[in-house]
Design a protein around this ligand. Structure first.
Ligand SMILES: [Mg+2]
Length: 438
């Protein structure tokens, strides 16, 4: 039986619920619902006007309802009288096909039918900046190789420590926090989990990091490339497929793996699906105009971009799009901080399942430094160089359409194309600087 949110509110002293959901652009929307009204909301959902968010709806559409998933409940560690719940979108008595969490649940159910359960972990990099968004919050964070800089890490302990305390309290099992490769950039890692749980935590982590930064007079940004000379914000995912019970990792193998990476045949098929569709998935994994300034970027101040520009994989080698750090899992390094947390998971699963169904071969791993020798690799597909190319590719990809559904892909491409057109219509300083004297 579903958990009774009204009873939980009484037991735990919750006065309000944030009934939340994420639209196609990854924006977190919510209604703040007093506990006295949560019983009705749990049954019928909280009402929204779909046109007001990034969904392909008009003002004439009927009410959209966010029906909370009580299993996703998180009591805000910094304000325990508020409970956060992820919701699924419904309209006219049916789940909304073009909504990200619903799309992920559909993929997970499809995988479960085949006996597969996807587990993932995500690495959400972010910058701490000033509230106006113009500068790094810490003006003393100036090393040219700032990765793991203890002094700069500890200057932000009031924020990093509070976020980590919150994750400890929530039982996420956080295990490390560090200063990343760009000045002002941080990463915090917690245990991997079932894909839906990881997606909900990913959404909540961004909300939590932003809130705790704001409460400390700063701003946390997950923008893919907030500063042109510094490493951008990636959102790498570690992926494995387990059996239905979640006890046996089907990507691990006890047999000899001829490629020597410790992956099962199923893992190579799944990876083959990722390699097959990755360049078409950039529009989802790298969803903003700014995303393409992170991938395909020139070398940064620290010496490397840490982001891929071609569809290649290797062993424990961070210069490839896919890294296999140890047996039984792989790390996909394409996604950036703007990725929609649910579409990230749904797309990986759709592409991977296609690889399994069609026995796709990822080819042999490459054991080279892609930053130095990438130009020597023949036949590797290159990632799109801007959002327009990426959207055109996604629009044509049959695998992802079949996985995520025409309704979702059509809505996504249409809205994102509007974004591209708005960007193109913008007259930039660069154009004036370079064209006034033409
Ligand atoms: Mg990192």
């Amino acid at each position: 039986m579903a958990k009774d949110l009204e009873k939980i509110a009484k037991d735990r002293g919750i006065k309000y619920f944030l009934v939340s959901w994420v639209d196609l652009f990854g924006v977190l929307r919510a209604k703040l619902v007093p506990a006295r009204a949560i019983k009705g909301m749990q049954k019928n959902g909280a009402g929204f006007a779909g046109f007001a968010a990034w969904l392909d709806m008009t003002p004439a559409h009927p009410d959209l309802f966010g029906v909370p998933d009580p299993d996703s409940l998180i009591q805000l560690p910094w304000k325990p009288e508020i409970g956060w719940v992820a919701s699924d979108l419904w309209m006219g008595g049916k789940e909304v096909e073009a909504s990200p969490r619903v799309a992920l649940k559909r993929q997970l159910a499809k995988a479960m039918k085949k006996g597969y359960r996807m587990k993932t972990g995500v690495e959400c990099e972010f910058h701490l900046i000033t509230p106006d968004g113009n500068q790094l919050a810490d003006s003393a964070d100036t090393q040219s190789k700032p990765c793991y800089d203890q002094q700069a890490l500890m200057r932000q302990f009031p924020i990093i420590g509070q976020i980590c305390d919150a994750m400890l309290e929530l039982g996420w099992n956080p295990y490390q926090n560090d200063h990343e490769d760009a000045n002002g950039q941080f990463e915090m890692n917690w245990d991997y989990d079932d894909a839906l749980k990881t997606a909900d935590k990913h959404v909540f982590f961004k909300f939590m990091a932003r809130t705790i930064a704001e409460n400390n007079g700063m701003r946390a940004t997950f923008m893919p490339k907030p500063f042109s000379h510094l490493t951008g914000n990636g959102c790498h995912a570690h992926v494995s497929i387990w059996d239905k019970t979640g006890k046996k990792n089907l990507f691990a193998t006890s047999k000899k793996d001829k490629r020597g990476l410790g992956l099962s045949p199923l893992a190579y098929q799944f990876l083959g699906g990722i390699m097959h569709s990755a360049h078409d998935l950039a529009a989802i994994f790298n969803p903003t105009v700014n995303s393409y300034k992170r991938i395909n970027a020139p070398r940064t101040q620290s010496g490397a971009t840490w982001s891929p520009n071609a569809v290649t994989y290797g062993g424990n080698n961070r210069t490839h799009m896919v890294r296999i750090p140890e047996e039984g899992r792989f790390e996909l390094r394409l996604m950036d901080g703007a990725v929609n947390p649910y579409l990230l998971q749904a797309s990986i699963l759709a592409a991977g399942l296609d690889g399994v169904e069609n026995n796709r071969d990822p080819g042999d791993p490459l054991d080279i430094n892609m930053y130095e020798e990438g130009h020597k690799v023949k036949n590797a597909k290159m990632l799109p160089s801007n959002l327009l190319d990426a959207l055109r590719q996604l629009d044509k990809n049959k695998v992802i359409r079949a996985g995520l559904g025409d309704e979702l892909i059509d809505a996504y491409v249409k809205l994102k194309m509007n974004d591209w057109n708005s960007y193109s219509a913008h007259l930039s300083d660069w154009e004036r600087d370079n064209t006034l004297d033409c």
